[in-house]
Design a protein around this ligand. Structure first.
Ligand SMILES: [Zn+2]
Ligand SMILES: [Zn+2]
Length: 433
């Protein structure tokens, strides 16, 4: 075999796969998973269900390089020589213990989690295993960006510190996976320093997600984005890709965008503090260039549909953006370091859009049903003429409307209804703007 083997995971269950006699197999620790492994390179997956190679935790955060370790696992039917390799995944707690020079605490955590703490030699054997790896540990570490975390609740007031931690990470020594192709980290950090910060509220996130599910290919251009540099955070993770945020910077030939997932939810206080100090709230998942004058879509630029939909909806004035008040702590911190106050904008549905759409909805859905909440229905993208002589075209999202009484809460569902040509419920004549 030449060169390092490409790491593979199962496309069905997202577990990293081991190799036995040249075949890919599920890790024995998973037991009977009930399906045959479907190997795909991990670089094709946004999410991989790795575990901490030290303690088994479900949320590994760092890849470390060290000594190659092979383990002989003896079972009732087979003996398996498992190659644990020269790169190990470490969770936040194990990383913190290793940084503090407390490798014995990592061993304690491992034997507790494996429930072998009362088995003779378990402690000593685990120590030997860890030491075989750690004894040859190389300097540096790489952030794992494919770990799925529970959703996080962020608010507009969090944005300045989220931005500042991200710039600090980009300027710091911790590495990102080479497969992300994020190279100009200092330029990204500089761009984030200049960025306007957008927080997208719940109902606008819902609308954007709805519109993104039907997003056609778009011709990219410099003026697609509401500014040259930005950081945009949705009120919750959006789309099946679980994207929480995106940052972008405009270059001569393209808009360079990075999509992020939120990390750290569910950690205990000590581990959480470590993560917030060292990484922050966001981990990059993908980066792409939206080249000016080229057609772009989600198939070729995974994750771009929700971004494009949000930008276009902001541009077509479906949203209003209102400045958010910086809180006292942020004011003080920025004043102390003589930085201008961060420009945070809250993006929400325009108030009068509600009324227009609901008016129409009431006339077209006069079925006598009463609704206790509002839901987004229908809507589709259309290329609309604009500009001098109506010679230019831009995509506009037509007829998104809310069904239900105006004072009812908007129901946040992930159910997406896609308009088809035969849908008679389409509210005709609603395009008042
Ligand atoms: Zn599987
Ligand atoms: Zn661990």
């Amino acid at each position: 075999m030449t060169g390092p083997r490409i790491e593979m995971a199962c496309a069905t269950c997202l577990a990293p796969l081991n190799v036995l006699d040249g075949d890919y197999i599920h890790p024995l620790s998973l037991g009977d998973v009930g399906h045959a492994p479907k190997p795909v390179p991990v670089t094709q997956l946004d999410t991989v269900h790795r575990t901490c190679d030290f303690c088994g935790d479900d949320h590994p955060m760092w890849t470390l390089r060290g000594g190659g370790v092979k383990v002989l696992a003896t079972g009732s039917e087979t003996n398996l020589l498992q190659d644990m390799g020269e790169t190990w995944a470490a969770c936040v707690a194990c990383m913190a213990d290793l940084d503090a020079g407390k490798a014995h605490r990592v061993v304690d955590r491992a034997v507790r989690r494996m429930r072998v703490h009362d088995i003779p030699f378990a402690h000593a054997e685990t120590t030997k295993l860890h030491q075989a790896f750690l004894g040859q540990r190389q300097p540096g570490r790489t952030l794992i960006t494919t770990t799925a975390w529970p959703d996080i609740k962020l608010s507009p007031r969090d944005l300045p510190k989220i931005r500042d931690r991200l710039t600090q990470f980009y300027r710091g020594p911790d590495e990102l996976p080479a497969t992300l192709h994020i190279t100009q980290r200092h330029q990204l950090a500089d761009s984030l320093d200049r960025a306007r910060l957008y927080w997208i509220d719940n109902s606008f996130t819902e609308l954007a997600e709805h519109a993104a599910s039907q997003m056609p290919a778009v011709t990219a251009s410099k003026d697609l984005a509401p500014g040259d540099d930005g950081l945009l955070v949705w009120s919750r993770s959006a789309t099946a890709r679980q994207i929480t945020a995106v940052s972008w910077t405009t270059r001569a030939d393209a808009i360079h965008a990075v999509v992020y997932r939120a990390i750290g939810t569910g950690l205990d206080d000590t581990a959480m503090q470590h993560l917030r100090d060292e990484v922050g709230w966001l981990a990059p998942m993908r980066a792409f260039d939206l080249r000016h004058e080229q057609l772009v879509d989600d198939a070729h630029h995974p994750g771009c549909a929700i971004l494009l939909a949000t930008w276009l909806l902001i541009a077509q004035k479906a949203a209003e953006t209102v400045p958010a008040e910086a809180d006292k702590a942020v004011r003080k911190r920025y004043a102390r370091t003589k930085r201008p106050l961060p420009d945070v904008r809250i993006v929400r549905i325009r108030a009068h859009t509600h009324r227009d759409d609901i008016g129409t909805a009431a006339t077209t859905t006069g079925t006598g049903r009463t609704y206790t909440s509002r839901v987004w229905v229908t809507g589709h993208w259309r290329n609309q003429a604009y500009g001098k002589g109506r010679a230019l075209r831009r995509l506009v999202y037509i007829h998104p409307f809310l069904r239900g009484p105006e004072d009812a809460p908007i129901k946040l569902s992930t159910t997406v209804r896609i308009l088809d040509g035969r849908n008679s419920a389409k509210p005709d004549g609603n395009a008042s703007k």
